[in-house]
Design a binder for this molecule. Structure first.
Ligand code: FMN
Length: 174
C-alpha cells in the first residue's frame, strides 16, 4: 500500500486535490494507495505527539501505524516561503526515527503559485529524507504556476500529466 502524503494541513489545499488526482493515476497503473492529508493530524498534535509525549496521542499513533506499515510513499509538497511547509517537518519529527522512513522508497512532487514550482522545497526535503535513510526517486516533477495549470481537479497542461505518469512508471518498479 502506497502512502500519499499531502504535505500541508491547509484546508481546501490544492495539494490535497493533486493527491487525489495522483491516487487515481496510481489506481489506473494498478497500484493501491491511500491519502494521508496532514489536515487529519490532531489539532493539538504539536502538544500531544512529540518529544516527551511521543506515543501518547492515540489519533496520531493510528496515522503513524498505517504509515509505518507502508514501504513506499509519495509526498505532494506545496512551496511555502521558498521551502516546504513547516507542518511537514514537524510531522517528520514526530515519526519513529529511524524506522518510519529508513530503507523505504519515496517519490516527490511539488507545486507553487510562482515560477519555481517548489524546486527548493524538494531540494530541502530530499536532504532531510536522505538523512532519515529514505531512497528518493530521481524524477521529481515541479509544477509551477499551479493555478493556471490545474483547475477543478484537472490539469489543463498536458505536460504536467505526462510528468506525473512518467514518475509513476519509474516509481512502481523502484
Ligand atoms: C504560507 C504560504 C506560503 C507560500 N509561499 C509561497 C512561495 O514561497 N512561493 C510560491 O510560489 N508560492 C507560495 N505560496 C503559494 C502556494 O505555493 C500555492 O498556493 C501552492 O501551489 C498550493 O498550496 P496549497 O496546497 O496550500 O493550496 C504560499 C502559500 C502559503 C499558504
Amino acid at each position: 500500500m502506497i502512502s500519499i502524503i499531502c504535505g500541508t494541513n491547509r484546508g481546501q489545499s490544492v495539494s490535497k486535490k493533486i493527491a487525489l488526482y495522483y491516487q487515481n493515476l496510481l489506481k489506473e497503473a494498478g497500484a493501491n494507495s491511500y491519502v494521508l492529508d496532514l489536515k487529519e493530524l490532531p489539532e493539538d498534535f504539536m502538544n500531544v505527539a512529540l518529544y516527551d509525549n511521543a506515543g501518547k496521542s492515540e489519533a496520531f499513533n493510528t496515522l503513524k501505524k498505517k504509515l509505518n506499515e507502508s514501504h513506499k510513499m509519495v509526498f505532494i509538497v506545496p512551496e511555502y516561503n521558498g521551502s516546504f511547509p513547516g507542518v511537514l517537518k514537524t510531522f517528520i519529527d514526530a515519526l519513529d526515527y529511524p524506522q518510519s522512513l529508513k530503507n523505504k522508497k519515496c517519490a516527490l512532487l511539488s507545486l507553487s503559485s510562482g515560477s519555481q514550482g517548489g524546486a527548493l522545497a524538494l531540494s530541502h526535503l530530499t536532504d532531510i529524507l536522505h538523512y532519515c535513510g529514505m531512497n528518493v526517486l530521481a524524477q521529481k516533477p515541479k509544477l509551477a504556476k499551479i493555478e493556471a495549470n490545474f483547475k477543478e481537479g484537472q490539469f489543463t497542461n498536458e505536460l504536467y500529466v505526462t510528468l506525473l505518469k512518467e514518475q509513476i512508471e519509474a516509481f512502481l518498479p523502484f
